[in-house]
Write a protein that binds this ligand. Structure first.
Ligand SMILES: C[S@@+](CC[C@H](N)C(=O)[O-])C[C@H]1O[C@@H](n2cnc3c(N)ncnc32)[C@H](O)[C@@H]1O
Length: 166
């Protein structure tokens, strides 16, 4: 019998990236290499008109985790700061769902070629949604706890996955 409140998802495709065991912390728009979202053929009609959008949200199952979920985390580049899991983008979560916003380069058949993604090769795809100007852009968004850090601008570069000198 199905457990009360259980929710089960089936992957709708797969994400191909150049990253086998190490990926950027967030998507890097200028990353080189091929980033390809391959949708299962049965969903191909769901791609109609998607190419009209410049950006998409990609949701996926962060499936290769072997670390224990903890409610406080210290991002690798946050120099010892302890923050709540839900104030972080750590992949190690009770429900390991990842979210990345990427640019569509082209769509061919059931393949969406995109700008850089921050996932390992063969990560299971859960969903795709269009990123819509104004609806999805919050002009008063801030950097949260990063706003309090002395080296905030440097940390923001890490958050955005921007390559830089230390
Ligand atoms: C910090 S998470 C951010 C993911 C997403 N952009 C988000 O904010 O939800 C990105 C990291 O997750 C890890 N990762 C990516 N794909 C994974 C997978 N399939 N299984 C386990 N870890 C993965 C990599 O270490 C990568 O650097």
């Amino acid at each position: 019998m199905r457990e009360k409140n259980a929710c089960t998802f089936e992957p709708i495709g797969i994400i191909r990236t150049p990253y086998q065991d190490s990926a950027p912390y967030q998507p890097v728009d200028s990353d080189s290499g091929e980033f390809r979202i391959i949708l299962d053929d049965r969903y191909r009609d769901g791609l109609v008109q998607l190419e009209k959008f410049r950006y998409i949200y990609v949701l996926y199952h962060i499936n290769r985790l072997d670390r224990e979920v903890k409610m406080t985390v210290s991002p690798p580049w946050a120099e010892g700061r302890q923050i709540g899991l839900f104030a972080s983008r750590s992949p190690v979560r009770p429900n390991p769902i990842g979210l990345s916003i990427v640019r569509i380069k082209k769509i061919e058949e059931t393949s969406i070629y995109t700008s850089g993604l921050d996932v390992f090769d063969e990560t299971p795809l859960l969903d795709i949604k269009p990123y819509i100007r104004d609806l999805d852009t919050k002009l008063d968004a801030n950097y949260g706890w990063l706003d309090d850090a002395d080296d905030m601008e440097h940390l923001a570069q890490h958050i955005q996955g921007v390559p830089h000198e230390h």
